[in-house]
Design a protein around this ligand. Structure first.
Ligand SMILES: [Zn+2]
Length: 447
């Protein structure tokens, strides 16, 4: 019988963030880091095969931010699809995939010719845009200052080249603290809108100064003068700072940036995180005071890995990448029903008998079958079957009803959106035909 399903709109289904969250988690424990790493790589390969079998051939292992999980190596398995909420940086030349929160790229200096310093008045200019409008400079000429508060009460002044933005996750990782809004008092004290690198106290107790790598070796920057309504042109950090700036990667990666491999350009794609794997090292085994006795007889702390798959998230993700305008196209391995039998007129005794007999035979073989014997029009029945998207559809319809042959010779239609075919089969051959199809249906693996 047809289950009650509320599937109104398949297009833009966006069921990714639902309230329920079921996760598969697995853990491994090892005596050495090398053993953990070898096992981790094995799991990674197994994940590729699992996602491919689930119909998510575009799930890729993406370098992620370990964040609160700790450990050094981790990958997010991310399904590349337009409905995703994560942005993934990818280089087609070297196969690099990283969450844009940690994505790396190379920025070459824009202006390498030093010029003499020049102080200018910039009244009522509070943004890079304001100063650009006044001076005719472009954002790429700027050392843009962005100020955040830190959870511990301090502040951070982050400089990035004006054509880039600060990636807050990278900055948080660098500061080892969550970012919060800067205090009004601090903004006022630092002359927000005219903050510049020259004259800052890098040894200050209440703020940190950090420079993005995009500023390294720029020789002609526009900077704030640390005085309201004043800026400085042609600042050269190598020449003009009375301290050595600390350059780190805190910028947001951009589409078209040069990849660190030097051979390709970064593209940005949307993706959904559908799983993750971590080399946790000893972070948790140490906390739990877990020990094993090694071959040398000494008690040691094992290293640990953990491997998750979001089950509830996998289902809508599978649908997102396996559907057409009319409904779901379930991949064989994860289809809730493999066969959908439509009995177009259940009042016809032969049609009903044939449908239920086939259902019974397939079920005995352990195949999940759905039978639609509702009193609805053919159009409704077929469009519902399209919507539900079982891999194999059987229609016991007009040809069957009009046939004067004995039951086993009457024709039924077997079709599959997934396998892209439609065929008329004699009812007596249907069971063999369908079970053969299921046995031979290809599982597409990409790795
Ligand atoms: Zn690359």
């Amino acid at each position: 019988m047809l289950p009650v399903l509320v599937l109104t709109v398949i297009r833009n289904i966006h069921l990714i963030r639902v309230r329920e969250f079921v996760m598969k988690d697995a853990y491994s424990f090892h005596t050495t880091k090398e053993d953990l790493h070898a096992y981790y790589e094995k799991v990674k390969r197994a994940y590729y095969r699992m996602y491919a079998r689930m119909g998510m051939q575009k799930a890729v292992a993406v370098e992620g931010d370990n964040g609160m999980m700790g450990g050094k190596i981790s990958h997010e398995f991310t399904l590349i699809c337009p409905a995703g909420e994560d942005v993934i940086a990818h280089c087609p030349a070297c196969g690099y995939y990283a969450n844009s929160e940690v994505g790396k790229s190379v920025v070459k200096p824009y202006n390498t010719q030093p010029q003499p310093l020049q102080y200018i008045d910039t009244p009522n200019c509070h943004t890079v845009e304001d100063v650009c409008n006044l001076t005719g400079k472009q954002p790429i000429n700027f050392a843009k200052a962005v100020i955040y508060g830190l959870k511990d009460g301090r502040h951070v002044i982050a400089f990035v080249r004006g054509d880039y933005d600060v990636e807050e996750r990278k900055l948080e990782n660098y500061c080892k603290s969550e970012l919060v809004d800067a205090s009004e008092e601090f903004l006022k004290r630092m002359h927000a809108g005219s903050v510049g690198a020259m004259g800052l106290d890098v040894n200050a107790k209440d703020y940190i100064v950090v420079f993005d790598l995009s500023l390294k070796d720029e020789r002609c920057l526009v900077c704030g003068a640390n005085e309201d309504g004043k800026h400085i042109l042609n600042v050269d950090f190598n020449r003009d700072l009375n301290y050595t700036p600390e350059y780190v990667d805190i910028k947001k990666v951009r589409e078209g940036d040069e990849c660190t491999c030097g051979r390709g350009k970064i593209t940005l794609q949307k993706g959904v995180e559908v799983g993750n794997i971590f080399e946790l090292d000893t972070k948790y085994t140490q906390t739990m005071n877990m020990k094993f006795i090694d071959a040398d007889g000494k008690a040691k702390t094992p290293v640990m890995g953990c491997y998750g798959i979001g089950i509830t998230r996998a289902i809508p993700s599978i649908v997102e990448v396996n559907h057409d305008d009319r409904g779901i196209i379930w991949p064989m391995e994860v289809a809730p029903y493999k066969v959908h039998i439509c009995i177009l007129n259940a009042k016809d005794k032969d049609m009903l008998t044939a449908g239920l007999e086939l259902e019974e035979e397939l079920k005995e073989k352990g195949i999940d079958v759905i039978v639609d014997d509702r009193k609805v029009s053919m159009g409704v029945m077929l469009s519902d079957a399209d919507l539900l998207g079982a891999p194999i559809r059987v229609i016991i319809g007009r040809d069957f009803a009009n046939s004067t042959d004995e039951l086993v010779k009457k024709p039924i239609e077997v079709s599959s959106k997934l396998l892209n075919f439609k065929k008329m089969v004699e009812f007596g051959d249907a069971y063999d035909f369908i079970t053969k199809l299921l046995r031979e249906s290809p599982v597409i693996l990409n790795k």
